[in-house]
Design a protein around this ligand. Sequence first.
Ligand SMILES: [Mg+2]
Length: 176
Amino acid sequence: MVNRPLLFLDVDGPLNPYAAKPQRRPAGYTTIRVPRNTAEDDETPSFRRRPLRVWLNPTHGPALLRLDYDLCWATTWMNEANRWIAPVLGLPELPFVDFGEALLQERPDGVHWKTGPLVDYADGRPFAWVDDEQSSLDELHVAAHHPGPGLLHHVNPRVGLAEDDFQRLAEFALGF
Ligand SMILES: [Mg+2]
């Protein structure tokens, strides 16, 4: 399809339901432990440098690939998502948005730090953005600065991507 939309994928929240009850891995999920970047952490006591626990659902990769989108990472993991997340989900190496200086930088206007870079990356192409952190300010920003259709799809970080999310994304892609 010529005008296939982009699907911007956040990791923590939609794919890793980090806010679920910590003692109990959600059904269908597997656990990976990712070493933290110790280079930045030299001052951190060793007991706080435990690997990061990430829950991932291996059915999510095939379900995402069945959608009529071009997938793209939109996450603080940036290219590390290809190393740690993609293989567990059964996804190929994907392009990623390089947030550069914008990474984790709060904006005074309350727009999410990802929003501007995602609009730039899309460059007018229709997109859906799956994340657990968008707000109405982001909706307004996208409406004002993105000439094509844009779906900001919020996912509960206690639950992660579920069947109704995939349905909504499939419906949106039908419009192109
Ligand atoms: Mg997130």
